[in-house]
Design a protein around this ligand. Structure first.
Ligand SMILES: [Zn+2]
Ligand SMILES: [Zn+2]
Length: 101
């Protein structure tokens, strides 16, 4: 099962809405109380305020094959691994970011 981590809290996000007719992509949401961070393919990470996407809080990374699909998919100690959320995707190279906390 794919994991997506909140880019603010480095906590695993839960699937808030699965892919369906209404939602072309699964919506992930942070489980931290008071955190309105969401992740959706094409839109990346963003806060949701009053059910609206807050563009000013957006963190968007692109995979060459899947627009806006790059998220934190693994964390090892203080290293964040950013990769495409499509498990079989070979177009994107994982990138690493050392977390300051
Ligand atoms: Zn969060
Ligand atoms: Zn991809």
């Amino acid at each position: 099962m794919l994991e997506v981590f909140c880019d603010i809290h480095q906590l695993p996000m839960k699937v808030f809405a699965s892919q369906s007719d209404r939602w072309p992509f699964s919506v992930f949401r942070c489980t931290e109380q008071g955190c309105s961070r969401h992740f959706v393919e094409r839109h990346g990470y963003h806060n949701v305020t009053n059910e609206l996407m807050d563009i000013s809080t957006q963190t968007l990374k692109h995979c060459p094959a899947h627009a806006g699909a790059v998220a934190i998919t693994a964390i090892e100690e203080s290293t964040l691994f950013w990769n495409c959320i499509h498990p079989d995707c070979e177009a994107s190279e994982p990138t690493f970011e050392v977390c300051s906390r």
